[in-house]
Design a protein around this ligand. Structure first.
Ligand code: 5GP
Length: 194
């Protein structure tokens, strides 16, 4: 997705060799026009899949996920990283290791929003090792619902998440794919969808 590539080139800040900071349009300040385009693109790629829910994880997944769900005309659910005071019986819980915080979180979704007949599209801002996406997929599968695919705004293809998800049978659609962040520079993988 050219618009997103241009934005990453212009505003992305490389931290070390494996973290990209995009807090000017996705991770802190958010660009609503870009997010609308991101949502349209995911909706286009997953059209005809009979999606009934979009699922993400707070907080940076929420903007791309809500735009996607708006375009698809279905509800969006975000998994919480901190348990609410709801009764344990009413929530679905999975442990997820956070790439950026380097700690495990229990992510939760209320059972009342996911049903066995749901066809769920998982959306997240970044894909690194796949921990967040696998955790969300396990939540969907806990209730017997189906994961239609995983939509990622920025995939770091030099980390194993995309490969692991595909090997596990999930369809992964990433809007930009980064081959490397070496020497403080963003190098993109050729995007076959453009
Ligand atoms: P994974 O669970 O695939 O290992 O990592 C994905 C999650 O970690 C995303 O939800 C995202 O919040 C965070 N993350 C991973 N890599 C990066 C990165 O390079 N930059 C930012 N801003 N977040 C990242």
């Amino acid at each position: 997705m050219k618009l997103l590539k241009d934005k990453v080139m212009a505003e992305g800040i490389v931290l070390g060799e494996n973290v990209l900071k995009v807090d000017s349009f996705l991770n802190h300040q958010m660009d609503p026009v870009l997010m609308r385009e991101v949502g349209s693109e995911f909706a286009r790629r997953f059209a005809g899949e009979g999606i009934t829910k979009v699922l993400t994880i707070e907080s940076s997944g929420i903007a791309p996920a809500i735009m996607t769900s708006l375009e698809l005309g279905v509800p969006m659910i975000f998994a919480r990283k901190h348990k609410s005071l709801t009764l344990k019986d009413d929530i679905l819980v999975e442990k997820v290791y956070s790439f950026t915080k380097r700690e495990s979180n229990e992510i939760t979704v209320s059972r009342k929003f996911l049903h066995p007949e749901d066809r769920v599209l998982i959306i997240d801002d970044f894909l690194a090792n796949g921990e967040a996406a696998f955790g969300l997929a396990r939540i969907v599968e806990q209730v017997g619902a189906s994961v239609v695919g995983v939509g990622i705004v920025i995939e770091k293809s030099f980390q194993p998440g995309a490969r692991l998800l595909e090997e596990a049978g999930y369809r992964v659609e990433s809007l930009v794919r980064i081959a490397s962040l070496e020497n403080g520079t963003v190098a993109f993988v050729e995007d076959v969808h453009e």
